[in-house]
Design a protein around this ligand. Structure first.
Ligand code: GLC
Length: 651
């Protein structure tokens, strides 16, 4: 260890004995990986040893300041590190203002979360954001203050306490790739402070940006083309991957790493239990690449994970990396192998490929891409799990599926054609039932993303009779069923539980009109909520059916995150079939989903081959199928969760 054991022990000695005894073993377990990653990242910098020592001192101080209730939670979670993979973990994601008006209003909504069985609440950005346009709060002006219109730090702490009492973990965005252009660091840089100028990537002229641009992609090609913005005060080009007012941080500067790691720990001490690490793929820049998924970005995340393991081990890190399936698992670390020990990175990562593939399957009435995504989803390291979802506040980006959409022909052109069709389908092209809209694309031939509330994309807004309504409902439930049974932490996007519709009003707000993601950011519909138990309403029908799925999952150990998953290949491309749990285990469950508008026969023989099975029960309908049943009819967009009855379960 670069830092002398004696120095580290002296730092720990400053803590009260009880705390020191708990912290010291964690510290000595995780400090070696932390120091090793920091050396890889910053070992060449002139003052590395002193900087490291200072960072360790601050991490230990913040660990010492951690409130007793959170320390107790750290302890209990350390004894059950996979706590978030249980089949009763369920998430919910919403904007503070749209759901409850402000943080106090969110407290009033806890009973709604409890009714659904929610155990994790992701509130979209609520830290003080840039004045004016701020990308829904994703341009942060202070990591230590709450956005005034949402309340105060005291409100946040009160909310976290109430949520904790209700066994709900609060998840906050931690926007670590960039800050707002009115954040004090950006202001200091503009005022000429060289130390703060080095917090950002800036260039005297466009020569170097032009070289980078040659291989960079674009996130908002219409609203914010290019990756660099000329700052008239600084008279320099600033790296701005997203909007021009979101300045990318320069992680090659160790001061930036330390600032962000410590800001995260301070928020953890306020009671935030899960951090959604925003735009993790973009943290490190390298000329000649797309500046995504660079090894250094992973080392940064691994170092942050070690810091969390030391100072706040009950806290989870969740990666937002919207990248192709092949690049995704690395954000969850690497399982141990013959050559190396397990590498820990984030605890959770959005399975954006699975989400997009579910929608693609509905549009194509073909499950080929989901099957490929499942085949490309490896076993994960211990203490890591997927976050599964149907919709979120962002667009559905189809490009993550380029590899899976190449088809049997293994062709780029086919992938382009299929993705373009899917994207147009969700914009309502032709006779599509979907009522979404397109998100920005670089040019007319590029595949644009899709936006819209799930219900609108599933056909509820266009349904003109009961039959069409039924099909639309089944589609929405099918996608949620996939998220609930896949294995991971499934998250409901606010409003989906009530089949809420698109919100068109953003078009009249000049700060939002150029960003169609606002179409899916409605206010919580109080009228729909009031009628959630009235099954004559669309909201009531969805609410009760979704709750039923949630309860079926909660009672089924084979649907926990850690249970094995086996894709089962059938002859019907419209069907997705996979097993959870072990085939010879009494708890094994098979998901069978029909992603097409026609009924499909499913031959049960394919499952009989897997184990000595005496029959099946459909957990959703309660129907029992005897061993003599050879074939099931799967209705259009229907899903069946078959529990296999084996000798052991029958006994
Ligand atoms: C993430 C957020 C998105 C935001 C972007 C820039 O992708 O999900 O909403 O625009 O980061 O912060």
């Amino acid at each position: 260890m670069a830092l002398l054991q004696a120095q580290l022990e002296a730092m720990l000695a400053q803590l009260p004995a009880g705390q020191r005894d708990l912290l010291a073993p964690r510290f000595f377990q995780h400090a070696p990986v932390l120091l090793e990653r920091l050396r890889r990242l910053y070992g060449d910098s002139e003052h590395f040893a002193g900087w490291c020592q200072q960072l360790m001192q601050e991490v230990i101080s913040l660990a010492g300041e951690r409130p007793a209730a959170l320390r107790a939670q750290d302890q209990s979670r350390s004894a059950n590190k996979n706590w978030f993979g249980s089949q009763d973990m369920l998430g919910y994601c919403t904007y503070v203002d749209r759901f409850g008006g402000n943080l106090q209003g969110v407290m009033q909504k806890i009973s709604h979360l409890q009714e659904m069985g929610v155990r994790y609440l992701h509130l979209l950005p609520f830290l003080r954001a840039r004045d004016g346009e701020n990308d829904g709060g994703f341009a942060v002006a202070s990591y230590d203050e709450i956005e005034p219109k949402f309340g105060t730090m005291a409100d946040l702490q009160a909310l976290t306490e109430q949520l904790r009492a209700a066994e709900i973990s609060l998840c906050s965005d931690f926007i670590l790739n960039h800050v707002a252009d009115d954040h004090p660091w950006a202001c200091a840089a503009k005022a000429g402070d060289a130390a703060y100028q080095n917090y950002f990537h800036s260039f005297a002229d466009y020569t170097q940006p032009a070289r980078y641009e040659a291989t960079l992609g674009q996130i908002f090609p219409q609203a914010a083309p290019g990756n660099f913005t000329f700052d008239t005060t600084l008279q320099r080009w600033i790296w701005t991957t997203f909007y021009p007012y979101q300045w990318d941080l320069n992680y090659s500067n160790p001061a930036v790493f330390a600032e962000m790691a410590l800001a995260l720990l301070r928020l953890a001490n306020r009671g935030i239990e899960v951090f959604r690490l925003d735009s993790t793929a973009f943290l490190w820049k390298r000329e000649g690449t797309n500046c995504m998924n660079q090894p250094e970005a992973h080392w940064i995340l691994q170092a942050i994970r070690s810091i969390v393991e030391i100072a706040a081990p009950g806290v989870l890190l969740k990666a937002e990396a919207i990248v192709p399936t092949a690049q995704l698992p690395a954000y969850l670390g690497t399982p141990a192998n013959a050559a190396s020990a397990q590498i820990n990175e984030c605890h959770l990562a959005y399975h954006s490929s699975l989400m997009a593939a579910g929608w693609a399957a509905l549009a194509e009435q073909n499950t080929d891409a989901i099957a490929r995504v499942i085949q490309g989803t490896p076993a994960l390291p211990d203490q890591a799990s997927w976050l599964t979802y149907v919709r979120c506040h962002d667009d559905i980006g189809w490009n993550v599926l380029r590899a899976e959409m190449r088809g049997a022909e293994n062709s780029d052109a086919i992938a382009q054609q299929r993705l373009a069709h899917v994207a147009q389908f969700y914009s309502g092209a032709g006779d599509s039932y979907a009522r979404g809209a397109s998100f920005q694309a670089a040019d007319p031939s590029a595949v644009h993303g899709s936006v819209g509330m799930a219900s609108a994309l599933c056909g509820m807004s266009s349904a003109s009779d009961q039959e069409e309504q039924l099909l639309a409902r089944r589609r929405l439930l099918l996608l949620y069923g996939l998220a609930l049974s896949f294995g991971g932490l499934p998250v409901i996007y606010m409003g989906d539980e009530l089949a809420q519709k698109n919100e068109e009003s953003y078009l009249h707000d000049p700060q939002k009109a150029n960003d169609s993601r606002w179409l899916q950011r409605p206010d919580f519909d109080m009228a729909a909520f009031a009628s959630r138990h009235d099954e004559t309403t669309e909201s009531g029908k969805i609410f009760s059916a979704l709750l039923h799925l949630i309860r079926c999952r909660k009672d089924t150990a084979a649907l926990s995150a850690s249970a094995a998953r086996n894709l089962i290949v059938t002859e019907a491309p419209q069907l997705l079939v996979f097993g959870r749990g072990h085939a010879d285990d009494e708890g094994c469950v098979y998901f069978i989903g029909n992603f097409s508008g026609v009924a499909i026969d499913f031959a049960l023989d394919v499952l009989h081959d897997k184990a000595a099975i005496n029959g099946f029960t459909d957990l959703i309908s309660g129907r029992v199928y005897s061993v003599a049943t050879r074939c099931l009819k799967v209705e259009p967009y229907e899903q069946i969760w078959l529990r296999a009855l084996t000798d052991r379960s029958a006994a």
